[in-house]
Design a protein around this ligand. Structure first.
Ligand code: 6PG
Length: 241
């Protein structure tokens, strides 16, 4: 079953998400000697990333991946890598540079996706032709998109062994992106989806309803999904606190 946790505000949701991610990374590292974490971009997870570096004492044996990237230079203000660098990568104690796997957005959608698929095949755990990551951090758009998988997009039809895709028509600028495929998101041991603010309430509601291509988040694997929201984004009436 999907777990839904509602917190009073975005700081509380960020703290709750960070705690769950740390717990799962430590458990994966203890069990398999390594843990693989994928990060999304956008504004919502930035605070969670900062808290992760405060809550996880050592980042040894942790590999950092990306769920999607814009096709820009890594120092462009639109870059998800830049966001991760500023909030997590430059602060994470013991994180080995060779374990940071940047999506090379500057190569463009197709070449960047092909390159990243190779990186996943070389360094991630592969089961049944798919990369199996331990934790994927996701945001959600007001339209229910996740990573760079948008409503009704042909990209939603990708099957194993496709791991990464190029996107040319993202309705969320910039238009050109690289994204993990839905099968890779569904193969992850856990997806932690964070949503805050009233603009996300309808998307969260739709995500928890019947699976539909109109709401890509609703196609995530429900039994491996943690949804963490604040009151403003919650589909449930606010609790008395
Ligand atoms: C991206 C993100 C994207 C994001 C959502 C929510 O590259 O834009 O990966 O999927 O998670 O659009 O964005 P906000 O957190 O900024 O609302």
């Amino acid at each position: 079953m999907t777990s839904l946790t509602t917190c009073a505000d975005s700081e509380g949701a960020s703290e709750r998400a960070a705690r769950e991610i740390v717990r799962r990374l430590e458990s994966a590292r203890a069990e398999r000697g390594a843990a693989h974490l994928a990060l999304s971009g956008g504004g919502t997870p930035a605070r969670t990333y900062e808290l992760l570096t405060e809550q996880l004492a050592s980042w040894e044996q942790i590999d950092v991946w990306f769920a999607d990237e814009r096709c820009v230079e890594p120092d462009d203000e639109e870059s998800n890598y830049l966001l991760a660098r500023q909030t997590l990568l430059d602060r994470a104690s013991g994180l080995e540079p060779g374990r940071v796997h940047r999506m090379q957005g500057e190569l463009g959608p197709e070449q960047g996706a092909e390159r990243y698929a190779g990186e996943l095949r070389e360094h991630a755990m592969i089961e049944d032709e798919l990369a199996v990551l331990d934790v994927i951090v996701l945001g959600i758009g007001p339209d229910g998109h996740i990573a760079s998988l948008f409503p009704g997009a042909a990209a939603l039809d990708a099957q194993a062994p496709e791991l990464c895709l190029g996107v040319h028509d993202s309705p969320k600028p910039p238009p050109e992106r690289i994204t993990l495929t839905l099968p890779v998101l569904r193969a992850a041991r856990r997806c932690v989806l964070l949503a805050t603010g009233t603009s996300k309430a309808d998307a969260v509601d739709a995500m928890l309803a019947e699976p539909s291509r109109h709401t890509p988040a609703s196609l995530l694997r429900r039994g491996r999904l943690s949804v963490i929201v604040d009151d403003a984004a919650s589909p449930e009436p606010p609790k008395e606190r």
